[in-house]
Design a binder for this molecule. Structure first.
Ligand code: NAP
Length: 255
């Protein structure tokens, strides 16, 4: 048995108490990974972990608010004490900034009139939170023989799609918060991939598609399971898999 398959893999998913993160946790659990549910509300995190255990999986929950360094550090400590390592990190937690309005329909994201505090809050979660969690988990990931990091971005992050006159976003409102935060996340992913490539990490960014969740008031047309698929695929790449890539289920997404 290779070193990679000699142990049951451990995956941490942020924002896994509901939505796409929960779907990813379910699929990783079904693949036999031990799953750590990161949730800012411990009760809802434990409820999601208990549901995975009831389905036969091995699952735990940790309290994790990606904007709160105390919980980030404590979550890393707990994962380290329980498992001694981490194989897969899924940075899924994210906010639109406009409540349950789909960001491309949100009038409060229009650049010329946007509330700067809202932009800051969105970047705090969607970008700075990813740096905080990734850096806290890196020492644990370095102890894994198969290090995978997946950041959950969006097609809205794609500058090429945004400016394409025949692209999917032409009819939608411009956004100064959510879309730029996801563009920053894709850029950040490439920088992490570049730094960590020599250490055997595969670091990629996923666009799940328009998924039926609370974040868009259930206007998305994909199921959570469909949206989770590309994230899971990137989390379970073989050693010869890509790094520094931006993928949807249909294939590479243009930057
Ligand atoms: P969702 O159902 O609203 O779930 C978002 C999750 O993130 C929740 O668990 C939420 O926790 C958590 N979260 C938010 N802020 C957090 C923080 N500071 N610390 C820790 N967790 C936090 O939304 P979703 O649609 O599944 O979104 C998941 C990811 O997919 C996001 O990054 C989103 O941008 C991305 N995405 C979604 C779509 C789509 O169509 N749905 C499309 C492209 C990309 P609470 O329950 O405590 O709020």
């Amino acid at each position: 048995m290779s070193e990679e398959s000699a142990h049951q893999k451990v995956a941490l998913v942020t924002g896994a108490n509901k939505g796409i993160g929960r779907g990813v946790a379910e699929q990783l659990s079904a693949e036999g990974m031990t799953v750590v549910i990161g949730a800012r509300d411990p009760l809802r995190g434990e409820e999601a972990a208990a549901a995975l255990r009831a389905s036969g999986g091995e699952a735990y929950s940790v309290t994790l608010d990606v904007t709160d360094q105390v919980t980030v550090r404590e979550a890393a400590k707990q994962v380290g004490e329980r498992f001694g390592r981490l194989d897969v990190l899924i940075n899924n937690a994210g906010i639109t900034g406009s409540g349950h309005v789909s960001p491309q329909d949100a009038h409060d994201q229009v650049p010329s009139s946007v509330d700067l505090d809202m932009v800051r809050a969105v970047f705090e979660t969607n970008v700075f939170g990813v740096i905080a969690v990734t850096n806290a988990m890196l020492p644990l990931l370095r102890r894994s023989p198969a290090r995978r990091v997946v950041n959950v971005s969006s097609h809205a992050a794609s500058l090429a799609l945004t400016v394409d006159p025949d692209g999917p976003f032409t009819a939608l409102l411009p956004s100064a918060a959510y879309s730029p935060s996801k563009s920053a996340l894709t850029a950040l992913t490439v920088q992490y991939a570049k730094e960590l490539q020599q250490d055997g990490f595969l670091v990629n960014v996923a666009a799940p598609g328009f998924v039926d969740t609370d974040s868009n008031n259930h206007t998305g047309f994909l199921t959570i399971a469909q949206g989770a698929t590309v994230v899971v695929r990137l989390a379970t790449l073989g050693a010869d898999g890509p790094t520094a890539g931006f993928f949807s289920e249909e294939g590479p997404v243009p930057w």
